[in-house]
Ligand binder design. Structure first.
Ligand code: SF4
Length: 465
């Protein structure tokens, strides 16, 4: 799977992965199994229910007062010497970036892992400006070399095996064909050091933005974010407006909620607090720091009374790891930056329902995602909300609408219901859908249970008599 699909082609992309790329499924299953184990152990160590309630309430409070906290954050960022930009759309965010690139004559960029910059198309934009851009997170580095987008919001190469990585490293960095993970990492580290030293600009996202102190908080495990944000002379952080949190002390809860759900760690190996450019008495740090506060559809989502809760997301990836649909297809099938359950509930808000249509339907509604979400987003309810909207707006297939309308009429009319039951009991169900081609999509992969030879009413009557 190239990974360059669109949400609208989800069905074809998912079918292709499952049918033609069985190795993707193998890698995703083993990666997500490991991630689920780690998450479960990490959450067993704390009073998880209490912390998840706290996370839900703290995020809800912030989103309910977002205007106030955004203004407070802007004031405090500026007081720290940070240049603040507002971007209503992806195009606005890229225009800000272009201005910074031109102002500083930027030729090369190192980038820390950031899903928001994927959403905005930052790399493609920089390439169009003839700026060299290098991803520095190991997984992102690999997918960039392969010309693919990441397939998971936390583990970009969830779809690859160790052997896939060995082959890529052999071709690009000349490592041994059967190199150990340590040898591969050492080779990447050596290559990336040169990139860090040569870069004019470092780009990051932001896990959290603290309103009361104007601090951008970044959690990571590899140290590449710290280098990307402190070595180049200019640092630009793209932060979604939903990443606001009110107080510095809230970080203690959010960092552990996120790290435990994402990787099973109580805290990331490195946590950086960006508090403005280098001061006169400091040796390290950029001379200039910019924070771009990005909306790109988030306020529209916030205004949707039924869908806004998706904005509580801290992008931990736990819902992807547990999702029986994601685990079969991996992330590329979703055809968008955010895959899995969280992708399915924010895509309609950000891309528009028509563009994202198949994604809310890519779920069995088992509810496992809601059970692991550290901020208790009711994901199945939001999936149903988008499905209802799709029906109301006439976006679902005509056959489905007609079929469900017919069923509704039959199910609410006793005579029709009885006649329908008699007809179904006489239908040759076990023909794998060949007898009912219209139901092929449902029947060809499932063993349809035989209907009872007698209706419930008939059995009930017999029981009474
Ligand atoms: S929806 Fe919840 S579980 Fe999924 S990525 Fe967001 S915070 Fe994590």
């Amino acid at each position: 799977m190239s990974g360059h699909g669109t949400p609208n082609r989800y069905r074809q992309q998912a079918t292709h992965t499952i049918r033609d790329e069985p190795y993707v499924r193998e890698s995703v299953l083993s990666g997500t199994d490991r991630a689920n184990d780690h998450r479960n152990h990490a959450y067993a160590e704390i009073d998880a229910d209490r912390w998840r309630d706290w996370g839900r309430d703290a995020k809800t409070h912030t989103l309910t007062n977002l205007d106030r906290y955004l203004e407070e954050a802007e004031r405090n960022l500026e007081a720290n010497g940070v240049r603040v930009h507002w971007a209503e759309t992806a195009a606005d965010a890229l225009t800000v970036l272009r201005g910074i690139v031109r102002e500083h004559d930027v030729r090369s960029v190192v980038k820390a892992k950031s899903m928001l910059t994927e959403e905005l198309g930052v790399n493609e934009h920089l390439e169009r400006l003839n700026v060299r851009v290098r991803e520095t997170d190991l997984g992102e580095y690999i997918v960039q070399i392969m010309g693919e987008p990441p397939s998971h919001i936390v583990a970009p190469v969830m779809h690859l095996s160790l052997d896939d990585c060995r082959q890529i490293f052999q071709q690009v960095l000349g490592t041994p064909r059967h190199g150990t993970p340590e040898e591969l990492v050492a080779a990447a580290r050596k290559a990336l050091r040169q990139e860090f030293l040569a870069a004019d600009l470092g780009i990051s996202g932001g896990n959290f933005l603290v309103a009361e102190t104007g601090t951008v908080a970044l959690i990571e495990n590899e140290g590449n974010i710290r280098l990307s944000t402190s070595l180049p002379r200019v640092h630009v952080a793209f932060v979604g407006i939903e990443k606001l949190i009110p107080r510095f002390e809230d970080l203690a809860g959010f960092i552990q909620l996120t790290a435990r759900a994402a990787t099973g760690q109580p805290i990331g190996n490195y946590v950086s607090f960006i508090q403005g450019p280098k001061k006169d008495d400091e040796v390290d740090g950029p001379e200039e720091v910019h924070v771009v506060l990005v909306d790109n559809g988030r306020t529209t989502l916030l205004a949707d009374e039924a869908a806004w809760e998706a904005l509580r997301c801290v992008r931990c990836g736990a819902c992807l790891n547990i999702c029986p649909v994601y685990r079969q297809t991996g992330g590329h099938a979703y055809g968008w930056t955010y895959s899995g359950p969280i992708g399915a509930i924010i895509a309609p808000g950000i891309l528009g329902l028509e563009e994202a249509l198949p994604l809310p339907f890519a779920s069995s509604l088992c509810g496992a995602c809601a059970d692991v979400c550290p901020v208790r987003i009711p994901i199945p309810e939001l999936l149903l909300h988008w499905r209802e909207r799709a029906v109301e707006e006439g976006l679902t297939p005509l056959t489905e609408r007609v079929g469900l309308e017919a069923y509704t009429r039959a199910a609410t009319h006793p005579l029709l219901f009885r006649a329908g039951g008699t007809l179904l009991r006489r239908t040759p169900w076990q023909l794998g859908g060949t007898a009912l081609p219209i139901l092929k999509g449902w029947t060809q992969e499932r063993t349809t249970p035989e209907p009872s030879p007698k209706s419930f009413q008939a059995l009930w009557k017999e029981g009474i008599e």
